[in-house]
Write a protein that binds this ligand. Structure first.
Ligand code: SAH
Length: 454
């Protein structure tokens, strides 16, 4: 490898930057986080660079590049817009044994600048050995988005644990064992979730050799399109040892699970409860007690018609650490992807989510409350009962011309949108092969579909 990535102590490095344009400005912007020992040499400065110099009290020499500006014991950055001038600066630098970095000329540079992800004290530097700055920036942005914000807190927590472990445990081998257990325990995730007290408790248990309970992530997988997963969902999905997933979780989302993870389907079609709810609650508890990292992956948002509340009750009772990650609920996903805003100043000031499937199989809804001017109704799980629901709405006073949309497999490539009216919906359902999952939106906002579909 041609480039050695080392971390250099920043309090004794001094830089001289030649150039007053964007390239010089970017270098100053990077360096300013580490040192103010920066001198800029240029006859002109762009506005931002000029501001940076004033704000941080940097030295500025208003001049074209001259040999006298290169000073021993400094690192030199040649970032003028002239290749010849940059080469001249490099020659002066080499004559004084100053290390030099030349913009767009890594072959003759002594050092180059990586892209940096800053989670102080954790620093990630990325370089493509100057071959592709665009790729480096892309990777930096991807990694930056994927890395949790609380890494600094985790670093601090681990540093303080390290002191304790050094003091209390003499054997190096035992220390290594403890670190392995700590880093695969719920501790890191607890700190990243801001639960430092719980993290301390778990760490104490690990250090005293107690069996550690695993943790459970109850994660909303959204309505189908994997790109609607939250960053946190992706991060936790990737960590799971055991996964319990529903029918509504799309196969593309399961791809994010580790290839080592044990996968269990516990989904249910309405009439076929493959694993009863109590069974699922118990499975989560049992696997967590084995010390596993358990992922309960549910379609949409776990707390919206998802029975997510029931699934974590027992975990709470048994003191098993858990986290709940919200997902994009079907109403939001289907609304956006069908171009039917749920509220709109001209059509609806409120929106109501109801389930069309009740415990005894009928839809016994508070009909009078549903008939409200300027209110959008969203019916989850209502496909089989939608004709009945429409009749009841009409019987209770809703106009039979109220528009209604059925969104089948919303947000997925197979998404289909059917639009009708309350009185027309029965015929539509009879004539079309509509399959689950389907979400129903009722109200004047549906009129916007034609204009806003995309
Ligand atoms: N917790 C889920 C809802 C579970 S209830 C959420 O927040 O979205 C299941 C119902 O959600 C389905 O019967 C259907 O009405 C709706 N649904 C879920 N995903 C859907 C999708 N991709 N397209 C249309 N409807 C969907």
């Amino acid at each position: 490898m041609k480039w050695l990535p080392l971390l250099q102590r920043s309090n004794n490095v001094k830089f001289i930057i030649f150039g007053g344009g964007q390239v010089a400005q970017r270098k100053v912007q990077t360096l300013i986080k580490f040192t103010t020992e920066i001198t800029v040499v240029s006859p002109k400065l762009n506005e931002q660079l000029s501001k940076l110099i004033a704000k941080h009290g940097l030295s500025y020499i208003k001049s074209i590049a001259l040999q006298q500006h290169v000073v021993v014991d400094h690192r030199i950055v040649a970032a003028t817009d002239s290749i010849e001038v940059n080469q001249q600066i490099a020659a002066w630098s080499k004559a004084l044994a100053c290390e030099v970095s030349i913009a767009d000329d890594s072959a003759n540079s002594d050092f180059i600048f990586p892209a940096i992800i800053d989670r102080n004290p954790v620093t990630i530097a990325i370089s493509s050995s100057s071959q592709s700055p665009a790729l480096t920036r892309y990777l930096r942005n991807q990694l930056d988005a994927a890395l949790p914000a609380r890494i600094p807190q985790l670093a601090e927590f681990v540093a303080s644990l390290r002191k304790t472990i050094r003091k209390t445990i003499a054997s190096t081998q035992r220390r290594q064992q403890i670190w392995r257990s700590l880093m695969s325990s719920p501790m890191p995730n607890l700190v990243l979730a801001g639960k430092v007290d719980q993290a301390s408790k778990v760490s104490q248990q690990v250090m005293s050799g107690q069996a550690i309970k695993g943790e459970v992530f109850l994660v909303g997988a959204g309505p189908g399109d994997p790109e609607l997963l939250t960053l946190k969902a992706v991060r936790l999905i990737q960590q799971a040892d055991v996964v319990f997933y529903d029918r509504l979780v799309s196969p593309a989302i399961l791809e994010y699970c580790s290839s080592q993870a044990e996968m269990h389907y516990v989904g249910k079609a309405m009439s076929d409860h493959s694993v009863p709810q109590e069974g699922i609650n118990q499975l989560l508890v049992d696997h967590a007690k084995l010390g596993k990292t358990v992922l309960r992956l549910k379609g949409g948002d776990p707390f919206i018609f998802g029975r997510g509340g029931e699934e974590i009750e027992q975990l709470a009772e048994e003191n098993i650490p858990f986290q709940v990650v919200p997902g994009v609920t079907a109403a939001s996903g289907c609304s956006s992807y069908s171009g039917i805003p749920l509220t709109h100043r001209d059509y609806a000031q409120s929106v109501r989510f109801v389930t069309g499937h009740l415990k005894d199989g009928s839809a016994n809804l508070p009909w009078h409350e549903l008939i409200h001017p300027q209110q959008t109704l969203v019916v989850y799980m209502g496909l089989s009962g939608i004709t009945h629901i429409s009749e009841e709405l009409i019987a209770h006073g809703m106009s039979q011309d109220t528009p209604i949309a059925l969104i089948e497999k919303g947000t997925l490539p197979e998404q289909k949108v059917y639009v009708s009216t309350l009185k027309g919906i029965a015929a539509l359902i009879q004539n079309q092969q509509i399959s689950a999952p389907t979400l129903t939106i009722i109200g004047d906002v549906v009129k916007l579909h034609n204009k806003l579909k995309w």
